[in-house]
Design a protein. Structure first.
Length: 147
């Protein structure tokens, strides 16, 4: 499922952003562009972060920003953004974040397979190291397709 969801149109490699809000905005843009989420989804992620903190920063340099299905998700979707310089999200243990997997789902159970595959990827430290060292979008795409 990851290979299907993570096509070239939703993978980005960028040099840097000014802050966590811009990182979220940039990471969500491919999903807005393809109609998978509405702009309200971005606002919902901001609100969750401001209310609960960076709970979605789940490992060293890794984040899965997301919102609830009813907050603007139109279909099951995933994007991957690599930020070379990293960005501080306020997660003492896991900043700076370099890999953002924006996740959208339309129901409480339609995402289980994707979460399981992401967990497997996150447990594959050599693969994560490859992603963290990627030099461009094509490298990221090749690494994901080889998983």
């Amino acid at each position: 499922m990851l290979k299907t969801l993570l096509n070239r149109n939703v993978i980005q490699w960028i040099p840097g952003v000014k802050d966590w809000k811009e990182a979220i905005e940039v990471a969500c843009q491919p999903l807005i562009n393809n109609g998978a989420i509405q702009p309200s989804y971005v606002e919902a992620i901001y609100h969750s972060h401001e209310t609960f903190g960076p709970y979605y920063v789940i490992g060293s340099g890794l984040a899965i920003p997301h919102a609830r299905p009813e907050q603007g998700a139109n279909r099951l979707a995933l994007s991957l953004t690599f930020i070379k310089q990293g960005v501080m999200f306020g997660s003492v243990e896991n900043d700076p974040v370099k890999l953002l997997f924006v996740f959208a789902t339309t129901s409480s159970d339609s995402h289980i397979e994707v979460i399981a595959e992401l967990a497997g990827l996150f447990d594959d430290q050599p693969k994560i190291n490859q992603l963290m060292q990627a030099k461009n979008q094509d490298e990221i795409f090749s690494i994901v397709q080889g998983y």
